[in-house]
Design a binder for this molecule. Structure first.
Ligand code: BTN
Length: 253
């Protein structure tokens, strides 16, 4: 993969596949076999792509970016919550750099164009006794897909559908991994504050009424802000609650 240069943490090793079950599955397998932090897995097609909350991630063969990155931060589990937000920020910035269009982030890590989802992030962590062993960051970015199934068409989009232009996936991947590398380097040093300030500028739902599902419970509140760990501060019946990504599936506003 030209352009992924070896002085970056992310991209020292890149594994490219034609078809896999899920790039996250391959990443777990490689990580368990000792693959180094920063290893990237890319596939043209996934037969069992996974989304958050046990949903499927379906992407047309050869048209989109489906990729995973193995990371090995040396930090306690409770410090990880901001990472998915920084991944979404990297995706948003890469889209802006390459497609020159405005992008929005919906907490915690959905990337939207014209209020439709263009990219999603699935972070899976392997930990022992409260310490991170490795993390798999899975990224699905809809690039050149021209049509979505009927049940997704009003919620999903691609760069092609938004701009009428077909994009080179490698160029996008390189841009994405460069932003991710820069953000991860600061995250690993505990320097996330200014990145989260940048993240806030992309998040249009802050300050607005939201509906969300906590388990099967539908709740309503006002999205106030994120805290320094990336939790969402919500006002519900004049009281403030902190929502973690793990407990919340769908947020609408
Ligand atoms: C979501 O928004 O629900 C998260 C979607 C994440 C999809 C990506 S595609 C590459 C990686 N492999 C998977 O099986 N899932 C992630």
């Amino acid at each position: 993969m030209r352009g992924l240069v070896s002085n970056l943490h992310i991209g020292k090793q890149v594994f490219c596949y034609d078809s896999v079950s899920s790039t996250n599955d391959i990443a777990h397998h490689l990580a368990k076999s000792g693959a180094q932090s920063g290893t990237i897995i890319v596939a043209e097609f996934q037969t069992a792509g996974r989304g958050r909350g046990a949903k499927k991630w379906i992407a047309q063969k050869g048209e989109n970016l489906t990729t995973s990155v193995i990371l090995r931060p040396t930090m306690p589990l409770e410090n990880l919550a901001a990472l998915p937000l920084l991944v979404a920020l990297a995706i948003a910035q890469a889209i802006e750099e390459i497609a020159r269009r405005q992008v929005e982030i919906k907490w915690p890590n959905d990337v939207l164009m014209q209020r439709k989802k263009v990219a999603g992030v699935l972070v899976e962590t392997s930990a022992q006794a409260g310490t991170v062993d490795y993390i798999v960051v899975g990224i699905g970015l809809n690039v050149n897909q021209a049509q979505f199934p009927d049940d997704l068409a009003d919620r999903a989009t691609s760069l092609f559908l938004e701009t009428g232009i077909r994009y080179d996936k490698s160029t996008l991947l390189v841009s994405l991994m460069r932003f991710l590398d820069a953000h991860y380097t600061r995250f690993a040093k505990g320097e996330t504050e200014s990145l989260l300030t940048t993240w806030r500028a992309y998040c249009k739902m802050l300050g607005k009424p939201i509906t969300f599902f906590q388990g099967n419970l539908r709740r309503e509140g006002i999205a106030l802000d994120i805290d320094k760990r990336g939790f969402l501060r919500v006002e519900i019946n004049q009281k403030e609650e902190l929502l973690s990504q793990a407990e919340i599936q769908t947020v609408r506003y």
